[in-house]
Design a protein around this ligand. Structure first.
Ligand code: ADE
Length: 225
């Protein structure tokens, strides 16, 4: 998979991709992540990429020309399965989005800033608008980092069997059951005995019951669907 990310703050995205699973996925050649500085496509030598809002109002809006120039250069080289704009008014990111995007060969992600981007870019290029939650970030970069992490960990070969993505919370609309490791007793709290029994079918049944109970208590909305 190839992921291109267009941003005016690429530095914000360097460390999220430089550690742990996303780093390993890049080293294994399973994903290539390319950051593009929007200012390289500025409309003048001052590096201008934004402008005042037509009709008045506070804040600046990213202009069409730098984004279009950057996108056209990328689109001339390959087709993208999705052109994603990170924005608080997009669809809230959920596991099924990650599952679907993980099937893509090429993803293009645009990070907004300031008051957002000129609406005409959304009409002309954007196929998906994604929010990571009902709050406003200073820009789309942290959202893009979250989205990329959720997608990359699903790519075949990225996770080992032990960390299999299939047992993650949300993969089957259930939260994950509680987990324990050694020591078997700590400050008077013992690990549930069933987990030490070696009886795999019983352990699996216990885990499923715990997952359902935890979901019922914490996220009953997940069970409605
Ligand atoms: N940009 C600003 N706020 C955002 C959010 N909640 N999700 C994604 N991108 C954003």
């Amino acid at each position: 998979m190839r992921i291109d990310i267009v941003t005016c703050q690429p530095e914000l995205l360097e460390s999220p991709f430089a550690y742990s699973i996303v780093k390993r996925a890049q080293e294994k050649g399973l994903v290539a992540i390319h950051l593009h500085q929007l200012r390289d496509f500025a409309i003048n030598k001052h590096g201008q990429i934004d402008d005042y809002v037509f009709g008045g109002g506070a804040g600046m809006v990213l202009r069409v020309e730098p984004i279009a120039a950057c996108f056209d250069a990328l689109l001339a080289q390959r087709t993208y399965d999705a052109v994603i704009y990170m924005t608080p008014d997009g669809q809230t990111l959920r596991q099924p989005h990650a599952n679907r995007f993980s099937m893509a060969e090429n993803l293009l992600i645009l990070c907004g800033h300031y008051k957002g981007i000129d609406e005409r870019i959304r009409q002309a290029y954007i196929t998906h608008e994604i929010s990571i939650g009902d709050y406003v970030l200073s820009g789309g970069e942290l959202g893009a980092a979250v989205l990329v992490d959720t997608v990359v960990r699903l790519l075949p070969g990225v996770l080992g069997n032990e960390e299999s993505a299939l047992s993650d919370s949300f993969q089957d609309n259930l939260l994950a059951p509680p987990v324990y490791t050694r020591p078997a007793e700590w400050r008077g709290q013992a690990v549930p005995e069933i987990l030490l029994s070696g009886n795999t079918p019983k352990i699996e049944a216990w885990r499923h019951d715990q997952a359902v109970e935890r979901t019922r208590l914490r996220r009953p909305d997940l069970l409605d669907g």
